[in-house]
Every structure is written in structure tokens, then in C-alpha cells.
Design a protein around this ligand. Structure first.
Ligand SMILES: Nc1ncnc2c1ncn2[C@@H]1O[C@H](COP(=O)(O)OP(=O)(O)O)[C@@H](O)[C@H]1O
Ligand SMILES: [Mg+2]
Length: 315
């Protein structure tokens, strides 16, 4: 069922049609995308919110389809990609583009960025969880605690903070979860709980705003859905430079880019995630950010061939 943005009133002519992809059941999620409806209406855009798996939508009726709050796709990634392929084959322009989504869907993109000189949280990649996996990574990272998380994931789903000694039953439980699911391991980064995780937002390749996300006491997951506290932040110059380096490396003016950074034990910025598919953009934390987003969307929609602007990193 498609919901229409209310802001295109009788005194404004909405010539351009945009769809925001969302999900059927949004209960328990914090979604702020409606803050962009008004500035988009000012630029002549009507927005419909449509769950990504709704059958029978005529995507040809839209100029732009923006992936937004599709936070239930991670367990049916194939179905999600097929839905995006259908949109991609219509006359609508998909943002961010399909090629970017494919590249960004698996956290293995971090390896590509590391090869290009971006400092990431130290990471080991696995296909199978063996009896020895945990002790191996604890030794390798020389860490008291490690993080285990799926290569395809969102909302910190199936993300575990594990000490070096775990009861056998607990190891079996983790083993069962990652039986057919590739995963990665990282040392537990202490600054996530002490300082927080920074998110820097770029619209059309230009810096917009930043937030600091802190987990609730006793947790390590910074997401609001897990009780994390979000606040706007004046971003320190070294973090801003780290974000800019990521933007230059991907070399693209994507509609939205979110760069998640944490500080290493030595205080250096490490990339935790580059979110190009469906990041929360935390519009309420900067009152001008919805307008910047609307302008970037409008500007990019005039770009004649949006696939050509993608660098070869996205392959
Ligand atoms: N190495 C780590 N050290 C400490 N906390 C981590 C680490 N990796 C992930 N986390 C926590 O788990 C959350 C989810 O992990 P993330 O890599 O951002 O995946 P996603 O957001 O796609 O689920 C992070 O926002 C952070 O709170
Ligand atoms: Mg994240």
C-alpha cells in the first residue's frame, strides 16, 4: 500500500514523482524521511512511500526511486536485489544505483576500501565457524573480546561481543547462527562504548552533517532501536578528513553516503561501515539537512546518465 506525502497541496504543482522504498512493518523503527517531503515539494516533487516488496507497482510512473527504510531485507537479500532490478529496468532512476547496492551489500567492500588506503577496523573474514575460530581470532587480534557479525547484515542483527572463554553451549549457538552465513570478526573497539560511533552524512557528494551515537549502558550496539543515544556533533578535523578521504576514494556524487567512524585505541579514525544502501540519515539532528537532501536529489535527477558517473570501485 503506497502512502503519499501530504505536502504537495493545491497551490503547488508536483511535476516530478519520487518513491521512497520502505518496508511493510515499520513498528519499532525510527524513520525520519517524512522531514524531506516539504523541501521536496518546494522543488516540485511528490513522494510516495512504498514497501519494497509490494507487487504490481508501476515503477515507470516515477522519475526517481530512493531506497530508504528497507531494514528487513538482510534475510532475503536475493529477493531484495530482484525487486531493485525491476526498478532499475524501468524508466525510474534508482538511488543509490543498483551497482552501488550490489557492492555495498556485503561488508567485504571494506576490503576494497582498505586496499585503497582507508584505515578500517582490523577484520578477518570467514565462511565457516569451527571449534577453533574464536581462540584463533582472539590470539590474532590479541584482544580480550571480539565481535562476530554477518557479512550481510543491518541493525546490528546477529552481532555478538564474545570473550575469549565461552561455555561450549554458547559456542554451539554461535556456530549454529553462522552455519550457512559468511561472517567477519573484529577486535572489540572500546571507544564504541566510551566515546561512541560517529556518522558523517554526504548528499550529492557534499558534506551535510554528523551525529554521535552512543550505546545504552551495558550494551555495545549504538542504534536507537537498541536504546542508543544520538546527538548532533561538531565533527573534529581528523574525523572530517577521514570522511573526506572515503568520499574521494569512492569518487562519486551519490545521493546519500553515510560514513561510520570509530576511534582506534591510539585515537586514529577507523572506518566501521560505509552505508550506501539504506542508512538512517538522522534528519532531525540538523534542521537544514532535509533541504540539502532535497536539493541533491533534484540536482542529480537532471544528470543524464547516472550509471556513467560510477567509478570502477563499484564492480
Ligand atoms: N568491532 C566492533 N567493536 C565494537 N562495537 C562494534 C564492532 N563492530 C560492530 N560494533 C557495534 O555493532 C553495531 C553494528 O555493527 P555494524 O558493523 O555497524 O553493522 P550493521 O550496522 O550493518 O549491523 C555497531 O554500530 C557498533 O555499535
Ligand atoms: Mg552500522
Amino acid at each position: 500500500m503506497a502512502l503519499k506525502s501530504p505536502s504537495c497541496g493545491s497551490n503547488m504543482t508536483c511535476r516530478k514523482q519520487c518513491a521512497y522504498l520502505t518496508m511493510e512493518n515499520t513498528t519499532g523503527f525510527c524513520i525520519y524521511d517524512d522531514l524531506t517531503f516539504e523541501p521536496l515539494a518546494q522543488l516540485g516533487w511528490q513522494v510516495d512511500e512504498i514497501p519494497w516488496n509490494t507487487p504490481g507497482i508501476r515503477w515507470n510512473n516515477y522519475d526517481v526511486v530512493v531506497i530508504r527504510s528497507t531494514w528487513d531485507y538482510q534475510n532475503r537479500a536475493g529477493e531484495f536485489i530482484r525487486a531493485l532490478e525491476e526498478i532499475d529496468q524501468s524508466r525510474a532512476r534508482l538511488e543509490n544505483p543498483l551497482r552501488v547496492v550490489r557492492w555495498n551489500m556485503e561488508k567485504s567492500y571494506l576490503r576494497d576500501l582498505q586496499v585503497h588506503g582507508i584505515p578500517i577496523v582490523p577484520t578477518q573474514w570467514f565462511h565457516n565457524f569451527h571449534d577453533e575460530t574464536l581462540s584463533h581470532v582472539h590470539r590474532l587480534f590479541q584482544a580480550d573480546e571480539v565481535i562476530v557479525k554477518p557479512i550481510i547484515g543491518a541493525n546490528a542483527d546477529a552481532t555478538f561481543r564474545l570473550p575469549s572463554r565461552l561455555p561450549h553451549e554458547a559456542i554451539e549457538q554461535v556456530q549454529a547462527i553462522f552455519k550457512d552465513r559468511p561472517f567477519l570478526t573484529q577486535p572489540f573497539v572500546q571507544s564504541v562504548v566510551e566515546e561512541g560511533e560517529y556518522s558523517l552524512f554526504y548528499f550529492g557528494g557534499e558534506y551535510s552533517h554528523a551525529v554521535l551515537k552512543r550505546p545504552k549502558p551495558g550494551d555495545f550496539r549504538v542504534q536507537e532501536e537498541h536504546g542508543g543515544q544520538i546527538r548532533p556533533v561538531e565533527i573534529a578535523p581528523d574525523l572530517l578528513a577521514a570522511g573526506r578521504k572515503v568520499i574521494h576514494t569512492i569518487g562519486s556524487d551519490l545521493l546519500y553516503t553515510r560514513v561510520d567512524l570509530v576511534r582506534s585505541p591510539a585515537g586514529q579514525p577507523w572506518l566501521m561501515e560505509l552505508e550506501l544502501i539504506e542508512p538512517s540519515l538522522y534528519f532531525p539532528f540538523d534542521p537544514d539537512s532535509p533541504t540539502r537532501f532535497a536539493r541533491a536529489l533534484d540536482r542529480l535527477s537532471h544528470h543524464p546518465d547516472h550509471d556513467r558517473r560510477l567509478p570502477c570501485l563499484f564492480t
